[in-house]
Design a protein around this ligand. Structure first.
Ligand SMILES: *[C@@H]1O[C@H](CO)[C@@H](O)[C@H](O)[C@H]1NC(C)=O
Length: 447
């Protein structure tokens, strides 16, 4: 879909805080990190050296699924962290949660910062851990990556959250639900299995929809305007593919709900791209985007429950007649001065064999007035749309005659903001159901 270049993540010094917990005797998944010995509170410099051929991520073992702290390159440089005695760390292949193991024992590497490992030779004070040269992903494909897996499977997570669990807790999900064979994404991720067989659009649906928006009186209160249409029909400014705006699509409550929802969960993060698939389970590496400098937040869970957010999604469903199961969660975007998103297509530029198929339609919502810049510019059509609070900009990414073929005229960019700040949100609408695709871990994202 998009070519990406992985940038080395620079981590200089990360302090992993020991968490004070007390564990009940029968809880094998709980660890007494930082409790007990008086040395537990002492800060200790710790070096991690990677001799394996794999770029590796270090995670602080919180007794749960761990917390990412740093990435180890394979160039012989030591990653320095300030840790506390009693802290435990584990390593995974970079960008995914696939553990690196000792091939002799098939055991994942865990490093515990223990006082007996401390060196005081003047130069290398502290504790030094080495990931040996033979460390590698396990040959056992169906494996638990975390001690907590058994407990999570027991409380029903393999069915509640199957994609993530099958990939991360395969062994436990096989025992509990017989899901082991589903680790293979070719088995788990088919349209038939995921009930994603009914396309939203057939030939002609696209023209019908935009024609209705541009001509039916029921849409007048939303202030529709045709920017571009085939044959320049219905008052368009340009002859070309359909592009429309609704100038009064959102009210202030809805805008405030989307902005508030952006701070839930992980909040705004520097935008990333999906890298290539690195394992049979279908996991893809997440890489910091180089052609996109914005930040984005995903509106999920509590954000999706907000009244104002629900209203917007329902309105889009009513406008399009396409069920919300075909939408990706709202992506909320923030562009500060100088930030941009270079020319790109919202779908892939060839046939799309993913479960949810092409992104057929984009609903792009401007959440504020930008002082200067931040236009959406269709680079191949030379059409620019100015951000305006409450405005929806809508365009298709596929052809009217054949919705399984991308429309290569729809490349667009977010021009840099030159004054002020830009907030926006978008729903990407797919040709097929994408809810099941996400639930079953078939979109490459296991966040
Ligand atoms: C697909 O639909 C069938 C019938 O409604 C249902 O039993 C099955 O659980 C669905 N599959 C998924 C993955 O949701």
């Amino acid at each position: 879909m998009i070519t990406v270049i992985a940038l080395p993540l620079l981590w200089i010094c990360v302090i992993a805080h020991a968490q004070e917990t007390t564990c009940s005797a029968d809880d094998e998944t709980c660890s007494d990190i930082g409790v007990g010995a008086s040395t537990a509170k002492r800060k200790i410099p710790t070096g991690f050296l990677n001799l394996s051929p794999y770029r590796a991520d270090i995670h602080y073992d919180d007794g749960w699924f761990g917390q990412y702290v740093a990435t180890m390159e394979t160039n012989g440089e030591t990653v320095h962290l300030d840790t506390f005695f009693g802290d435990r760390f584990f390593v995974t292949r970079h960008g995914v949660r696939e553990g690196l193991v000792d091939p002799a024992t098939d055991e994942q590497y865990f490093f515990t910062v223990d006082p007996s490992l401390e060196q005081n030779d003047g130069e290398n004070n502290g504790v030094q851990f080495v990931l040996p040269s033979h460390a590698a992903p396990s040959k056992t494909k169906c494996k638990d990556r975390y001690p907590v897996c058994a407990k999570e499977a027991k409380r029903g997570e393999c069915t509640a959250n199957p994609g993530w669990m099958i990939v991360n807790c395969c062994e436990s999900c096989e025992l509990k639900e017989g899901f082991g064979h589903l680790l293979d994404s070719k088995v788990r991720c088919t349209r038939e299995r995921l009930n994603a067989t009914i396309p939203a659009w057939k030939e002609g649906s696209l023209d019908d929809l935009f024609t209705k928006w541009a001509s039916d009186n029921q849409y007048v209160p939303y202030h529709p305007r045709v920017i571009s249409s085939p044959g320049k029909i219905l008052g368009a400014e340009h002859d070309g593919p359909w592009i429309m705006v609704f100038d009064s699509f959102l009210d202030d409550d809805e805008i405030n709900a989307l902005l508030k929802g952006a701070s839930f969960g992980a909040g705004f993060q520097r935008s990333t791209d999906q890298g290539s698939v690195i394992s049979g389970s279908g996991e893809k590496e997440k890489v910091i985007s180089t052609h996109r400098t914005s930040s984005n937040a995903w509106c999920r869970q509590e954000c999706e429950e907000l009244e104002g957010v629900k209203r917007v999604s329902s309105r889009i469903e009513k406008f399009t007649g396409i069920p919300q199961n075909n939408y990706e969660s709202f992506q909320i975007l923030k562009y500060q001065v100088g930030e941009y998103y270079k020319s790109h297509h919202d779908s892939s530029s060839n046939k799309d064999n993913s479960v949810s198929g092409h992104r057929i339609l984009t609903f792009f919502l401007y959440l504020n007035d930008v002082l200067e810049g931040g236009h959406t510019h269709f680079t191949r059509l030379d059409i620019s749309v100015k951000p305006k609070k409450g405005r929806a900009l809508v365009w298709p990414s596929v052809l009217n005659e054949d919705p399984s073929t991308p429309d290569l005229r729809m490349y667009h960019e977010a021009r840099p903001v030159t004054k002020g700040i830009k907030f926006a949100a978008n729903h990407w609408i797919h040709q097929y159901d994408s809810k099941n695709e996400n639930l079953w871990g078939c979109s490459g994202s296991f966040a």
